[in-house]
Design a protein around this ligand. Structure first.
Ligand SMILES: O=C(O)C1=C[C@@H](OP(=O)(O)O)[C@@H](O)[C@H](O)C1
Ligand SMILES: C=C(OP(=O)(O)O)C(=O)O
Length: 407
């Protein structure tokens, strides 16, 4: 399936109810499963990744498929390694290419029994759930913060707690902090100093919880606004003091011409003038927003140099390759100056004819390229249903604010 997207004017107005954060939803589901907490969770995400978690946690079989959901795969690996039984955990073709060895080694070093069913270091996994005995793990912090979150979520349940020693650069640190903050809301104290995190043995409090709106999802609306001629949108569900690192997008979008103002339950975003002539930014704390900003900067003719993108090659697709290829179709010549970097110096080539933007099973490719419709009507996006991974009603909401989305 393909969608062609356009709008008959460049004015953006309306109210968007943002989806719930899938990162928070999946952390809360694991915490509630660990602590047998049946208190209600308000605004739990209904995206594919959170549904996969919910389905598996409520399943009465022992063989699970997480699909494309990275957090579900990683968090369940740690969770199941403590539940007595024999479990099989697999995922989509792409999931089998996304490494998990760092987490498996760390868990096995504290007494877990996890083996590989196909390729060493990658899903699918066979997990023999048992009592974890260790109290200290060492692992690399430079591949995915999700391994660290997975360990943290089970840490309070270990007899002596868990000390996590991280080596090398710590990527996506904001997501580790999000985990510790959510755990604190459930009563868990921890200490994160330098390269070490310590979580003593404690009991999660059983409390009701309300999940925040998703800042990563909000980023696409900021991008739409940056490309609009004028407009004002209300983004419902965002919190001023958010645990999500992606809330750091506000000052960056201000440079690209979007003014944000908080209200009680969300925020207004408005178009303003941009004087930005070059955008330099380190995305280490906000890796999921690199696509949003790369597309937006090109379409606004703002050369950029992005760093901190080391993790992008092992996400839903190799996002560096996908951006260079798809923006290339539109005539923008991007390059990769070094590992973990992406740049555009303003160079252009002849754009292709009959452009179709491929999405590579990556929800963020579809959503990051959609705002182009304001500048180039009838932009065609392939396999648009990929958005279900984090933002199921994205296309419906586009229609609600006046876009034509046709098959
Ligand atoms: O913990 C999380 O919820 C996430 C952590 C990040 O992954 P990495 O730590 O692999 O960069 C992020 O890209 C992903 O979308 C969600
Ligand atoms: C990288 C992402 O998700 P995950 O790693 O959880 O599959 C994402 O949502 O951009």
């Amino acid at each position: 399936m393909q969608y062609s997207i356009s709008k008959n004017n460049n004015l953006l107005e309306g109210r968007i109810i943002l989806p719930a954060s899938k990162s928070i939803s999946n952390r809360v589901q694991i915490i509630n499963a660990i602590s047998n907490n049946f208190e209600p969770v308000k605004n739990l995400s209904d995206c594919d990744d959170s549904r996969a978690m919910q389905r598996i946690l409520n399943s009465n079989t022992n063989s699970f498929d997480v699909g494309h959901a990275g957090t579900t795969m990683r968090f369940l690996t740690a969770y199941l390694s403590k539940i007595v039984g024999e479990w099989t955990l697999t995922g989509s073709h792409r999931m089998k290419e996304r490494p998990i060895g760092v987490l498996v080694d760390a868990l096995n070093s504290i007494g877990a029994q996890i083996t590989y069913l196909e390729k060493e270091g990658y899903p699918p996994l066979k997990i023999f759930g048992s009592n974890l005995t260790g109290e200290e793990v060492e692992l690399k912090g430079n591949t995915s913060s999700q391994y660290i979150t997975a360990l943290l979520l089970i840490a309070p349940t270990l007899e002596k707690g868990l000390r996590i020693k991280l080596s090398g650069k710590i990527v996506s640190r904001s997501y580790i902090e999000m985990t510790l903050n959510i755990m604190e809301e459930f009563g868990i104290k921890s200490e994160f100093k330098g390269q070490e995190i310590f979580v003593p043995n404690q009991t999660y409090q059983r409390i009701p919880y309300a999940v925040e709106g998703d800042w990563s999802g909000a980023s696409y609306w900021f991008a739409f606004m940056a490309l609009a001629d004028e407009g004002k949108l209300y983004l419902d569900g965002l919190k001023r003091h958010s645990f999500q690192g992606d809330s750091g997008l506000i000052p960056v979008f201000e440079m690209l011409g979007v003014k944000a103002q908080f209200s009680k339950r969300g925020m207004f975003i408005e178009k303003m003038e941009s004087k930005c002539t070059k955008l330099k930014f380190d995305f280490n704390q906000m890796p999921d927003l690199a696509q949003t900003f790369a597309v937006c900067a090109c379409l606004k003719n703002i050369p950029f140099h992005f760093t901190g993108l080391e993790t992008l090659k092992i996400k839903e697709t190799d996002r560096i390759f996908a951006l260079i290829t798809e923006l290339g179709k539109l005539g923008y010549v991007l390059n990769e100056p070094a590992d973990g970097e992406l740049a555009w110096n303003g160079a252009k080539k002849t754009e292709e004819e009959n452009i179709v933007i491929e999405t590579y099973h990556d929800h963020r490719m579809a959503m990051a390229f959609a705002p182009i419709a304001l500048v180039r009507p009838n932009i065609v996006i392939d396999s648009p249903d990929v958005v279900k991974k984090s933002y199921p009603n994205f296309w419906e909401q586009l229609k609600d604010v006046g876009f034509e989305v046709t098959e």
